[in-house]
Design a protein around this ligand. Structure first.
Ligand SMILES: Nc1ncnc2c1ncn2[C@@H]1O[C@H](COP(=O)(O)OP(=O)(O)OP(=O)(O)O)[C@@H](O)[C@H]1O
Ligand SMILES: [Mg+2]
Length: 258
């Protein structure tokens, strides 16, 4: 990693005006798994209405960053703010109740529960029955296959369908911010396109999105703003369109694409 490139990109990012106010902000976060330091002072912002992507290779710290936001991992240092208020010490369910919902890597579909039950479980933060029913209808409309399979065990769905179920379950909360961890992983190209279209649609309907991806080209097409993380540190940031144009950056730092 060259200092020069970092410098260049910091300079670039300063000239960018991002829309909306800051919804989510991570400042100087350090996180550990036992002795292993996974995040070394990560700072990033997600503005209202944006799709922000966090790119990086295996083990870079992408999932850990999402986990420190949703409360699954505690930051040892630094802070996480939602609408200017610290959420760094709140329990995960309380963070979800405030509208920040995490769709983790690997989908985590519960075996022994039907598709419908998996979805209803997603709505544990919603007390109003009519609202839950309405959300369920919305999810079925977005993912008709889930309606078709609603009485089937969720774990019997295909990988792509499980990804839809994981997203559907998150949508049952009525999130204002979605944290998506590699939603395209392991999916056939057609399904990747479908999932990306749905992410765009959710964003256009008002959901703010932080999208973790290894597939840089794909994510940069969808996102407004991008961060690149390497070895637990943010190495680069800028408007997605600008990073996308710079093939050398995409190749050197991400080396992946379709
Ligand atoms: N539960 C854990 N226990 C110990 N170390 C962990 C654990 N989870 C992650 N790590 C380590 O923390 C670092 C960051 O991992 P993280 O899962 O955040 O990476 P990532 O960018 O999401 O990678 P990938 O693209 O492979 O999902 C890695 O070095 C990883 O080995
Ligand atoms: Mg990960």
């Amino acid at each position: 990693m060259t200092e020069t490139l970092n410098q260049t990109d910091n300079d670039r990012s300063e000239s960018v005006t991002r829309p909306g106010k800051v919804r989510l902000s991570i400042r100087d976060v350090e996180a550990f798994y036992g002795q292993i330091q996974a995040l070394r002072g990560v700072s990033l912002d997600v503005h209202e209405g944006e799709i922000v992507t966090l790119l990086g290779s295996n083990g870079a710290g992408k999932s850990t960053t999402l986990k420190t936001i949703s409360g699954l991992v505690r930051a040892r240092r630094g802070d996480v703010h939602l609408e200017g208020e610290s959420i760094a010490t709140l329990a995960a369910h309380e963070i979800a109740r405030r509208g920040v919902v995490h769709v983790p890597e690997g989908r985590r579909i519960l075996r022994g529960l039907t598709v419908k039950e998996n979805l209803e479980l997603g709505a544990f933060t919603v007390k109003d029955n009519a609202l839950r029913r309405q959300r369920l209808e919305e999810v079925y409309e977005l993912f008709p296959i889930l309606h078709e399979r609603r009485h089937q065990d969720g774990s019997l769905l295909s990988g792509g369908q499980q990804q839809m179920l994981a997203m559907g379950r998150a949508l049952m909360h009525g999130p204002s911010v979605m944290l998506l961890d590699e939603p395209s992983m392991g999916l056939a190209p057609k399904l990747v396109t479908d999932i990306m279209r749905i992410i765009k649609r959710l964003n256009e309907a008002g959901t703010t999105i932080l999208l973790v991806e290894q597939n840089a080209r794909l994510a940069l097409r969808l996102a407004h703003y991008a961060y690149v993380i390497e070895n637990g540190e943010i190495r680069m940031q800028g408007e997605a369109a600008r990073l996308r144009e710079d093939e050398s950056i995409v190749k050197a730092y991400l080396g992946v694409g379709e």
